[in-house]
Design a protein around this ligand. Structure first.
Ligand SMILES: [Zn+2]
Ligand SMILES: [Zn+2]
Length: 315
């Protein structure tokens, strides 16, 4: 048996489950992060029958270090054929940790295509961050963001921090609008300061009307707002504000392999490999699986100083 986490009726459950059996590659999970989506699912009160967790790093039976692209797609629909498997139209499309078992446990079986190769010099305990970084990589890709663009990020949580480090990695000048001092401090290493002036790209990682108004305020005429917030709420933009700048709003759904640069998540592994300090800046709290309730509590309370909370499992 092994320990696993899911949620129901707004509560975090610790379960004893059988070790996984069947097809796929066995991954010994090293670290699994708690994401805003996990918090949302928890608070929604829904019963998640599957094991939670989609930000996963681990190692194979032979010791090979990996991160996980937590998607199972058909590979044969029109979208998949273009590499846009984030838009897979198959009914069998799964997100590991949401619609099928995820990584808040000790071991999991995944299809081989989920594996993300990691450099052996990367710290496996920080490599669950490859997944949220891929969200940022995708947002910049679909908006054709280049090093010449000035980027502002609104929201200093973990997706905001991922958007900052990814813009830095791309060679962009990047600033951060964040609520808490510890969030601002974490981003300073990438040269991100309080925004000033207007920006070619503004990344929304919050999703509420105030944040979106801030995005439009910071936008240059003709600029693009990149929506990386999870999209649980309606997208409310100031009408005249965005009209008078002829700005565009881009939705961005997880990550894919469209375009010429391969999978977003492989590029995200490069971002983390080349910026190894990122993990220690952003992962503020680590818990064992049997302290799941406390871990979710800390993740939910920004005043705790938390940015990213992770479970350390087979460390
Ligand atoms: Zn997530
Ligand atoms: Zn498909």
């Amino acid at each position: 048996m092994m320990l696993a986490i899911n949620y129901s009726e707004g509560k975090v459950n610790q379960l004893d489950v059988s070790k996984p059996k069947g097809e796929g590659i066995l991954v010994n999970i090293s670290t699994c992060g708690i994401c805003g989506t996990d918090m949302h699912l928890l608070h929604s009160g829904m019963h998640l029958p599957h094991i939670a967790g989609h930000e996963i790093s681990g190692f194979l039976q032979d010791g090979t270090p990996v991160a996980i692209e937590p998607l199972n797609y058909c590979g044969s629909c029109a979208e998949c054929k273009q590499g846009k498997y984030n838009l897979c139209s198959s009914e069998e499309f799964d997100i590991l940790g949401a619609t099928t078992d995820g990584g808040m446990t000790e071991k999991m079986l995944v299809p081989e295509h989920c594996l993300v190769a990691l450099d052996k010099n990367m710290d496996l305990k920080n490599s669950s961050l490859v997944e949220p970084i891929a969200v940022a990589v995708h947002g910049y890709k679909i908006t054709n963001t280049k090093s010449k663009h000035r980027v502002a990020v609104v929201g200093g949580g973990s997706i905001g921090q991922c958007a900052v480090v990814t813009a830095y990695w791309m060679g962009c000048e990047v600033d951060l609008f964040a609520r808490y001092d510890h969030q601002k401090e974490a981003a300073e290493i990438w040269g991100a300061n309080e925004p000033n002036g207007e920006y070619d790209r503004v990344v929304d990682t919050v999703g509420n009307p105030d944040a979106l108004a801030k995005c439009v305020e910071l936008l240059k005429p003709g600029g693009k707002v990149i929506g990386l917030a999870a999209g649980w709420e309606d997208i409310t933009l100031p009408g005249l504000g965005i009209l008078n700048k002829e700005g565009s709003f881009y939705t961005s759904r997880i990550y894919d392999a469209s375009g010429d640069n391969g999978r977003d998540i492989d590029n995200a592994a490069r971002v983390l490999f080349e910026n190894p300090e990122f993990g220690n800046k952003v992962i503020t709290h680590r818990f064992p699986l049997d302290a799941a309730e406390e871990a979710f509590k800390v993740a939910d309370d920004r005043k705790s100083g938390s940015i990213k909370v992770v479970f350390d499992i087979n460390v």
